[in-house]
Design a protein around this ligand. Structure first.
Ligand SMILES: C[S@@+](CC[C@H](N)C(=O)[O-])C[C@H]1O[C@@H](n2cnc3c(N)ncnc32)[C@H](O)[C@@H]1O
Length: 501
């Protein structure tokens, strides 16, 4: 498709055919980490069920003033008249009487599929109706974007032939309902089934800047990006822009060389290899061949939690650089710690805390690039060889540690919370890509805890300074320069610096 490839070239990207992945999106130029690679609009997006009463149906923002409800259907909520008008002309004019008719309908996940199908079908039908206009040589930029978005959606993979009869039956029923509700002129009922198949392996859950889920969206350009369990990019969302609902922002979390493929993760990278592969094969119909999935140095006789650590160690071994001296320090630290108290979990968690303290400056300054990763590798290898019965994660698993962390924050028990927070950070650094949004957000919470506890303790003040600097670095990369809480972080850096002196 000519217009899509021109659009991608304009952004320094190119789409290549692939025998295994159908197409792959590559960059034509070097992309430094923390860059916005491309921003693209949705074909349709709306709040998830739990948010329909709290977020605007048009721009998905939570307004300062209360939302206004459509007086006809009582179902759609908007920030203001402008959003209401935009939604009215896009789809609500047609959907409002349908909503009214189905006032008592149960809202479930099938309903979400139905809603997405209505909105996408209306938009595509409108586009197809005016296709000859869109084919003219000179069209406005807005129309050109519409053409690219609609045409790209039509090229997306559906994997329809691989679906189970039950799934197809369900899609058939939804398509039938939607087809009878809407007066579609250019789309058949059968094509609607294919669209539903496309949604299930291409659509996105929208997360806010704190990583809480708030919406669902169809983003055809974003859907061109393949998966890797070791991704070099992430998707973020910009909400509250009333003209275009929820633009999707593709950001690099690694330096990406010219000619390299751009990848995101379709699943939580913290999942074990088995769980990732199961999900990828059931929902996306492929077997992941990424370097994390293809290496075979993971022993099978380990718990799920240990596996999480080990799959990341595969990654760590690949990027060894020159941190031998540091490795030695940590190894000595580990040995002395184990000798002091070889069996309790306390020795391990305090050890991890020590390591984090020593590595934070590097994280903030980006010196000794991969040394913290190497260090953790040495650490965990040692733990596994020296303490065979000790499972770092069974007594204090990541999820329960996270829960305790936030409980302590609620109780304003700052010391307890930063001890837990440092431990969680160590594990996050192992599990997630180095600049995953979760790392920056966690550093931010940790900085706050430490800050609150650092009044009298100079060492803590120094550490809180390192953590707040690391927070800034991480959030700038994942969330961009204008990240939320930027002012608080900047002020925190100044205050912590003064206190640490
Ligand atoms: C959202 S689409 C990605 C773009 C797709 N390759 C295309 O050209 O339209 C998801 C589909 O791409 C393929 N895919 C994505 N990542 C892959 C990978 N790492 N290995 C093999 N196939 C992959 C799978 O068929 C998957 O269902």
């Amino acid at each position: 498709m000519q217009c899509l490839s021109e659009f991608l070239t304009l952004h320094g990207l190119t789409l290549e055919e692939s025998p295994t992945k159908y197409r792959i999106l590559k960059t034509l130029k070097h992309i430094p980490k923390g860059s916005t690679i491309i921003t693209s609009p949705s074909l349709a997006c709306f709040p998830i069920l739990s948010m329909v009463n709290t977020r605007c149906d048009n721009c998905l923002e939570i307004p300062i003033e209360s939302l206004k409800r459509c007086s006809r259907c009582h179902k759609a909520f908007y920030c203001n008249v402008k959003c209401q008008k935009l939604a009215w002309s896009a789809h609500h004019k047609i959907l409002c009487p349908i909503y009214k008719k189905e006032e008592n309908k149960t809202l479930d996940s099938d309903y979400m599929d139905e809603e997405m199908l209505r909105r996408v079908a209306l938009r595509l039908d409108k586009y197809m109706k005016k296709k000859s206009y869109y084919e003219a040589e000179k069209i406005s930029l807005i129309d050109l974007n519409e053409k690219i978005n609609c045409e790209t959606f039509l090229t997306l993979m559906s994997h329809r032939e691989k679906r189970t009869p039950e799934q197809l039956e369900k899609f058939k029923t939804i398509a039938k309902n939607v087809f009878s509700d809407l007066d579609l002129q250019n789309i058949t009922q059968d094509e609607l089934i294919t669209y539903l198949c496309k949604f299930s392996c291409n659509n996105f859950n929208l997360d806010d800047s704190q990583l809480f889920s708030f919406g669902e969206g169809t983003y055809p350009i974003g859907s061109l990006i393949n998966h890797s369990c070791r991704p070099n990019a992430i998707m973020m969302y910009s909400i509250g822009q009333q003209i275009s609902s929820g633009p999707q922002i593709l950001r690099s979390i690694e330096n990406i060389k010219a000619g390299e493929e751009i990848t995101i993760s379709y699943v939580d990278v913290a999942m074990s290899r088995t769980s990732r592969q199961k999900l990828l094969s059931e929902k996306y119909f492929f077997k992941c061949q990424c370097s994390r999935c293809s290496s075979n140095d993971v022993s099978i006789d380990i718990t799920e939690e240990e596996r999480k650590v080990l799959v990341n160690i595969e990654r760590l071994t690949e990027i060894r650089e020159n941190g031998e001296a540091n490795e030695k320090i940590i190894e000595d630290l580990l040995i002395s710690q184990m000798q002091q108290n070889p069996t309790t979990n306390d020795s391990i968690s305090s050890l991890i805390s020590n390591i984090i303290i020593s590595l934070l400056p590097h994280l903030a300054e980006e010196t000794l690039k991969s040394d913290y990763i190497q260090t953790l590798e040495v650490l965990f290898n040692k733990i596994h060889t020296t303490t065979t019965h000790q499972n770092l994660f069974t007594t204090s698993s990541l999820s329960s540690a996270t829960k305790h962390f936030y409980d302590r924050i609620d109780l304003q028990q700052w010391r307890e919370s930063w001890i837990l927070g440092r431990y969680i950070l160590a594990i996050y650094l192992l599990i997630y890509p180095r600049f995953h949004p979760i790392i920056g957000l966690h550093l931010f919470s940790l900085a706050k805890c430490m800050w609150n506890d650092a009044h009298k303790d100079k060492d803590k003040a120094v550490e809180s300074y390192e953590i707040i600097k690391a927070t800034k670095k991480a959030l700038e990369i994942t969330h961009g320069d204008g990240f939320e809480n930027r002012k608080i972080v900047a002020q925190g850096i100044l205050d912590a610096h003064t206190r640490a002196k």
